[in-house]
Design a protein around this ligand. Structure first.
Ligand SMILES: Cc1cc2nc3c(=O)[nH]c(=O)nc-3n(C[C@H](O)[C@H](O)[C@H](O)COP(=O)(O)O)c2cc1C
Length: 185
């Protein structure tokens, strides 16, 4: 029997009620029992600034250490101004930096599932391509297909703020999750 895949979930936005966090919960359902998906929290990491890089801020060290426990990463990202949310870009900037001065730059050596969503009709495909390019540059292996995206994000919320995917969206997410398990192993 193959071992259970451990996947770190990264929400592209930080608010406690962020739709990106709700999407991570949905993809966890799509993965089912064979995958352990845990969200990595990073709201406490500072904006990257060379003046505070060393000694490494405790919050950054914690995120780096947590990520080392995982086999793969899934990122659920909203579109912010046709681009990647600054919080997510900032996290990736930190992860691109050496842990100690003078060390070589680390490689973000993970299989990664990326999907995007937006309030409007774009589905966040422009920032998704930017994110894919950035992750590849950092050394990650980004699953090329399917390129899942979801439009009209607020229409997917019920009156209590729960994310409720229609059958087509659910099927899309299920297919992505299934393909990723094969891709990551
Ligand atoms: C700073 C900011 C910029 C946004 N830019 C866009 C945009 O360019 N296109 C769009 O469709 N929605 C845009 N939105 C709406 C978000 O995509 C939408 O609110 C999304 O559901 C937010 O996800 P979240 O709850 O995970 O933060 C923007 C929202 C914010 C806060």
């Amino acid at each position: 029997m193959s071992k259970k895949l451990k996947v770190a979930g990264i929400a592209g936005s930080l608010g406690s009620k962020a739709i990106s966090k709700k999407f991570l919960k949905e993809v966890k359902k799509s993965f089912g029992e064979d995958v352990e998906l845990t969200e990595i929290l990073y709201a406490d990491i500072p904006v990257y600034n060379a003046d505070i890089e060393y000694p490494t801020p405790a919050s950054v060290k914690r995120v780096r250490d947590e990520l080392k426990e995982y086999d793969a990463i899934v990122i659920a990202m909203p579109e912010y101004n046709l681009s990647i949310p600054g919080s997510l870009k900032n996290l990736l900037d930190w992860l691109s930096r050496p842990e100690q001065p003078g060390q070589p730059k680390p490689v973000l050596d993970y299989p990664i599932l990326v999907f995007s969503f937006s309030a409007g009709i774009s589905g966040g495909m422009v920032p998704q391509e930017l994110l894919r390019s950035l992750l590849s540059y950092l050394g990650a292996s980004v699953m090329p297909q399917p390129r899942a995206s979801f439009t009209g994000a607020y229409n997917l919320l019920d009156k209590d703020g729960n994310l409720v995917l229609d059958d087509t969206s659910k099927e899309f997410l299920d297919q992505s999750a299934k393909a990723f398990v094969a891709f990551a192993q």
